[in-house]
Design a protein around this ligand. Structure first.
Ligand code: SIN
Length: 485
């Protein structure tokens, strides 16, 4: 952290109502690449969370009464500051999360893009007029901010997952409280520092950092002053939070787990498919909800794809994300490594063949070697579990209907990918896949203009795009009567 150009971006406190709050106790944030201490962060709890909710409630009237243009100007300042400090923000992200610096800086630009995009889109919140059932009535529909929004965000995208939610909330006129993951709070706090410099008023954007996940989570899901709750994380935790939100009937949006199929048909451009699979699988060391989880390859190109994919995997450079040339960093923790290793071992025991990797790495206890398994079948444990690590199971298939059935045979429905050059198949498969997002001859699908979200147990609601604002707005119907003379 000595290398930060702007040292004031490193804030080890919660940010509530426009001020930095320290607490008596603290916890350590460590660098997953080295195990070294990055910062000692104040450990906020239930009391601070309640303060943040109150601040957001108090700020709501004035923020929601601003014009969309006024909000957009402040958000644009925030976007500009994030891009001006992209290097420092990227460095903070790499040391607390582990992803390579170039990828971390990419995440800053990705996160900032949501702020820019929603700042503009907030100006286009249109209502409606509807022909009434009788001549003396008019029906008008307006959209209004839902109110205070609370959120819990994950460690895998410490900047972008907050930006994607907060940008839509603020543009809609809502105020916002977030509890970021305790492994990666510094990126969230740096965002708060820049929000303040951008002129976002006190209470509009609050960050509560604390180890009491249960206590803080209860406030954020059950407080009567919170109108909407949004979460990105695992499906089991999401289900629990939905239950908690039911007590006050909050509006919820959930971006949960995935089990993405990546399908390579015989007629695909194999080099493009290999490139797409690499990007989709090994981004963030495989710790991404939309990461490829199962690679299905048609028999006719199985040997060619496996050979070229293995070569690409062998070229990955593993190490500390701050070092030049590193393309894949550590995983978030040694327990994450152990979980992945257990899954790989069980899959090999069930009959799969290990082609590459398959164990930890000499770099340290948080590293796992990029791994390829072949001869995988859909009844093996790896096919039904979200891997969340740098492991590629390859499953052979013979025809389109077989692979569609196998791809859809999961409780998840977040992202799917397929490669083909047959235009008829493009439509059949795109429409047949039961997933919220489909990459067609493309391995990277995320961007601010597109609706991100899943079906089935991968969640509900959409983030990003014009649809992303809807989750932060209520529709109000105005019935104007008595118009007859
Ligand atoms: C996620 O892993 O949940 C987010 C991935 C993305 O935004 O591309």
């Amino acid at each position: 952290m000595q290398q930060l150009q702007d040292k004031h971006l490193l804030k080890p406190f919660s940010y509530i109502n426009g001020s930095w709050h320290s607490s008596e106790s603290s916890f350590l944030v460590t660098n997953p690449a080295t195990g070294e201490e990055v910062a000692k962060v104040s450990d906020a709890g239930v009391a601070e969370t309640e303060l943040a909710v109150k601040a957001a409630k108090d700020a709501l009237k004035s923020w929601s009464s601003k014009s969309a243009n006024e909000r957009a100007t402040l958000m644009r300042n925030w976007f500009n500051l994030m891009m001006e400090h992209q290097d420092d923000l990227g460095r903070i992200l790499t040391v607390e999360q582990g992803k390579p610096l170039a990828e971390a800086k990419g995440e800053i630009a990705y996160g900032a893009a949501f702020i820019e995009w929603f700042a503009e889109e907030g100006k286009r919140v249109y209502g409606d007029t509807i022909p009434g059932p009788s001549g003396d009535k008019r029906i008008v529909v307006i959209k209004q901010p839902v109110g205070v929004v609370a959120s819990i965000t994950p460690w895998n995208f410490p900047n972008a997952m907050i930006a994607r939610k907060a940008a839509a909330a603020l543009a809609a006129g809502c105020t916002f409280v977030v509890r970021p993951a305790t492994q990666t709070p510094l990126s969230a706090l740096a965002m708060a520092e820049l929000a303040e410099r951008a002129g976002i008023p006190a209470g509009v954007f609050n960050v509560v950092v604390g180890m009491d996940a249960r206590g803080i989570g209860k406030v954020l899901t059950q407080h009567p002053d919170i109108a909407k709750f949004t979460f990105t994380g695992s499906t089991p935790v999401g289900k629990l939070l939905i239950e908690q939100c039911a007590t006050t009937v909050k509006k919820v949006s959930m971006e949960l787990g995935g089990n993405a199929p990546f399908i390579v048909f015989d007629d695909a451009d194999i080099d493009a498919a290999v490139q797409g699979a690499m990007a989709s699988k090994y981004r963030n060391a495989g710790q991404t909800c939309v990461c490829t989880n199962r690679i299905f390859v048609q028999q006719g190109v199985l040997a060619e794809f496996t050979e070229k994919f293995s070569q690409a995997v062998a070229a990955l450079q593993i190490g500390n994300g701050l070092d030049a040339g590193v393309s894949i960093g550590p995983m978030i923790s040694s327990s994450a490594v152990a979980d992945v290793d257990k899954l790989v071992t069980a899959t090999i025991k069930a009959g799969a063949t290990l082609v590459a990797g398959g164990s930890g790495h000499s770099q340290g206890e948080n590293y796992y070697q990029p791994t390829i398994l072949t001869n995988v079948t859909t009844d093996m444990p790896i096919a039904s579990n979200e891997i969340f690590g740098p492991v590629s199971p390859i499953i052979a298939f013979s025809d389109e209907s077989e692979v569609l059935a196998m791809a859809n045979d999961t409780e998840y429905g977040l992202a799917a990918y397929f490669y083909t050059r047959d235009i008829g198949r493009v439509w059949r498969v795109a429409e047949g896949l039961e997933f919220g997002m489909v990459g067609i001859n493309e391995g990277i699908i995320s961007n601010a203009a597109a609706p991100f979200g899943g079906v089935k147990q991968s969640g509900n609601g959409r983030e990003g795009s014009k649809y992303g604002l809807d989750d932060y707005m209520e529709i109000k119907y105005l019935c104007m009567g008595g118009l007859d003379k």
